[in-house]
Write a protein that binds this ligand. Structure first.
Ligand code: C2E
Ligand code: CA
Ligand code: CA
Ligand code: CA
Length: 279
């Protein structure tokens, strides 16, 4: 036991111990956060051309009583590990559906779609399809307005089953987007077989697109490939005019990023949309 203790000390420096403690604290609070209503959705506009908002991506935040707004980058990996991602993901979809239903009767908002991020573990739940269809039905939201963002990590497991699931949901009108494309392991052959509507160029390729010819080459390849396969290609993490111009030059015409807007709460989003296209 003494040996194990000494070995452990060799690997855990004080910083790592602090990180582990923060993680343990977050994990403890995470379980009750859902019941306590501490999660909120923010919405980040996706823009086509220079000003037309084609939809929004829903991004979850945790309104922590002591720590303030906690980023999903901190708690989603924990939730994926401990399984909370399943009820949390269900809440995200229900909340997005309620928002869609509220917009459906508002002129100028009815065409907006919401993209939700779905983790592999959530997508692979046996009742995922029934859950989504149930949420749509209960809310009265239109399935055509709901988009699901999957990452390549979802595709590692049984690809046939994943395709079958996607087909069922697409038959109901939902759309699918492949997130963070180029950062994972899926082969190009998968891209051809998956029933996708959209592919997103990961932020890591957009960030240095002006200075790194490799990033520009990859972004170009994804755009050409996506268009050839009949997909909408969206670049994420667009922060500057120069990045947008460069993307436009390589043929990518849909963008998401701080250049247009940060993720906004529902009320702020309404104000943003009104400013973009006054009723
Ligand atoms: P993601 O799906 O790639 O989402 C895009 C992230 O990039 C968001 O971070 C967004 O705020 C950020 N972003 C957008 N535009 C810019 C920009 O111009 N510059 C920079 N530097 N960043 C930008 P966020 O909200 O912190 O979310 C992080 C990740 O957490 C998401 O990455 C997604 O993987 C995950 N996530 C968020 N919400 C959910 C959810 O409801 N379910 C699941 N499973 N995952 C979620
Ligand atoms: Ca996403
Ligand atoms: Ca992404
Ligand atoms: Ca990303």
């Amino acid at each position: 036991a003494k040996y194990a203790g000494r070995d452990a000390m060799r690997f855990f420096n004080p910083q790592m111990q602090a990180d582990a403690q923060i993680r343990a604290e977050l994990e403890a609070g995470l379980w009750s956060a859902l019941e306590k209503g501490q999660f909120v959705l923010e919405y980040q506009p996706q823009v086509r051309g220079s000003a037309k908002v084609i939809g929004v991506e829903a991004l979850v935040r945790w309104r922590h009583p002591e720590r303030g707004l906690v980023s999903p980058a901190e708690f989603i990996p924990i939730a994926e590990e401990n399984g909370l991602i399943v009820p949390l993901g269900r809440w995200v979809i229900e909340t997005a559906c309620a928002q869609l239903a509220a917009w459906a009767s508002v002129p100028g908002r009815a065409e907006l779609s919401i993209a939700v991020n779905v983790s592999a573990r959530q997508f692979l739940q046996p009742d995922f399809v029934a859950d989504v269809l149930g949420a749509l039905e209960r809310s009265g939201a239109c399935a055509q307005r709901l988009e699901i963002e999957l990452t390549e990590s979802t595709l590692i497991t049984d690809i046939e089953q994943i395709i079958a699931r996607m087909e069922v949901l697409r038959a109901h009108g939902l759309r699918f987007s492949l997130d963070d494309f180029g950062t994972g392991y899926s082969s190009l052959a998968y891209l051809k077989r998956l029933p996708l509507d959209q592919v997103k160029i990961d932020r890591s390729f957009v960030r240095d697109i002006l200075v790194d010819p490799n990033d520009a080459a990859i972004a170009t390849m994804i755009t050409v490939l996506g268009e050839t396969l009949g997909l909408v290609v969206v670049a994420e993490g667009v922060e500057t005019e120069a990045q947008r111009d460069c993307l436009l030059q390589i043929g990518c015409r849909a963008y998401q990023g701080f250049l247009f807007s940060r993720p906004l709460g529902a009320v702020q989003l309404e104000a943003f949309l009104d400013a973009m296209s006054p009723q």
